[in-house]
Design a protein around this ligand. Structure first.
Ligand code: MG
Length: 348
């Protein structure tokens, strides 16, 4: 055996050893990275720490997903298959069920059709629990402080049925309008929260702020004295820009937690032009500040905030051409930002 052959003999086992170590390492990486069966199994019971939402281990969490449209108008999307598609294809970690209360576009919500609307919300909550994602139960009302009894009764039912599930997030007043935080919204919120907390001591509760959930700075001056409370911040990117982000900054500095439970890529009307540049600025701001969000909305209405073209496909399985410009843009955002989360989850 010459020297060259001797060296080859040494190199060969070393090569095998390195190969073996490498494959063992990648095997353990695979085992290591797929740890959970669902999003909710990964993050568990959420709570508030400082101005952030944190998971069961105290680490900050950012949830990103879609809001459904007013339940009395787009109830067709309140089904299991649609929610499953939003998880599997859009990679949503959260969906928002927006239960209409009063009349909108000529159709009454929960006030006149309580059973019909309740059943839609129940379907979405139970789908989210089964699919292991988070779900916001949104009292989609602009005058909730005038319907406190009705809201209390509803949220007591929801808390009794689902308050022990980590999936559930309450949103008790979508968008108060030009009313007073101190005199109208806060007393309403205190009554509703008191009743929820008697049944469910811990799940997150989102409270709308005045001027269509923009005055988070005003809420931050006299916040609610309960645990795990979040304040809603809503924006429509073509209308609300740096001045609203400045209000959010003031609120965060006072150590309250914000949730963008609704936003559009378009004008405040829910339609008009799409402002991609401003939407990018907003999403950047939200990511930097660990603020969770839901985009408005899963609907096939003829308005630019709708994610779907008018097509009557209520069960998901949407093709690229079924999505509007806003729908395509937002789906890409959710998919890319939530990718790292879904990489650690095994979904059947
Ligand atoms: Mg609970």
């Amino acid at each position: 055996m010459n020297i060259q052959e001797k060296n080859n003999m040494k190199v060969f086992p070393l090569f095998i050893l390195i190969l073996l170590m490498y494959s063992l390492q990648s095997y353990s990486l695979t085992i290591d990275s797929i740890k959970y069966n669902s999003v909710v199994e990964k993050f568990g019971q959420l709570s508030i720490s400082g101005n952030k939402i944190v998971d069961k281990n105290g680490n900050p969490v950012v949830l990103r997903g879609m809001s459904l449209f007013w339940s009395q108008l787009m109830g067709k999307y309140y089904n299991y298959e649609c929610i499953k598609w939003l998880r599997d294809d859009w990679k949503c970690t959260i969906v928002r069920a927006s239960m209409g209360i009063e009349e909108a576009d000529g159709k009454w919500g929960y006030m006149k059709n309580p059973d019909e609307e309740f059943n839609k919300i129940k379907t979405v909550i139970e789908a989210a629990i089964d699919l292991g994602i988070y779900v916001i139960v949104d009292w989609h009302d602009h005058n909730a402080h005038n319907h406190a009894e009705l809201a209390i009764d509803f949220f007591k039912k929801i808390a009794s049925r689902y308050g022990d599930k980590p999936n559930l997030i309450y949103e008790i007043y979508n968008e108060p309008m030009k009313v007073s935080w101190i005199e109208d919204v806060k007393p309403y919120a205190e009554e509703v929260i008191k009743n929820i907390r008697k049944i469910d001591p811990d799940n997150l509760i989102i409270v709308g702020t005045t001027t269509w959930s923009q005055d988070v700075d005003i809420a931050a001056e006299t916040p609610l004295d309960f645990n795990n409370i979040i304040y809603a911040l809503h924006f429509y990117a073509a209308s609300h820009k740096q001045e609203l982000r400045d209000k959010a900054r003031i609120a965060l500095a006072k150590n309250i937690t914000l949730f963008v439970s609704e936003f559009g890529t378009c004008e405040y009307t829910g339609s008009g032009y799409l402002d991609y540049e401003e939407t990018e600025k907003w999403i950047d701001f939200l990511e930097k500040n660990y603020i969770s969000w839901c985009n408005w909305s899963i609907a096939d209405k003829k308005e630019t905030s709708a994610a779907l073209n008018v097509l009557g496909k209520p069960y998901g399985k949407w093709l690229d051409n079924d999505l509007t410009d806003s729908g395509k843009f937002i789906r890409n955002k959710i998919k890319s930002l939530n990718n790292v989360i879904f990489n650690s989850i095994k979904i059947d």
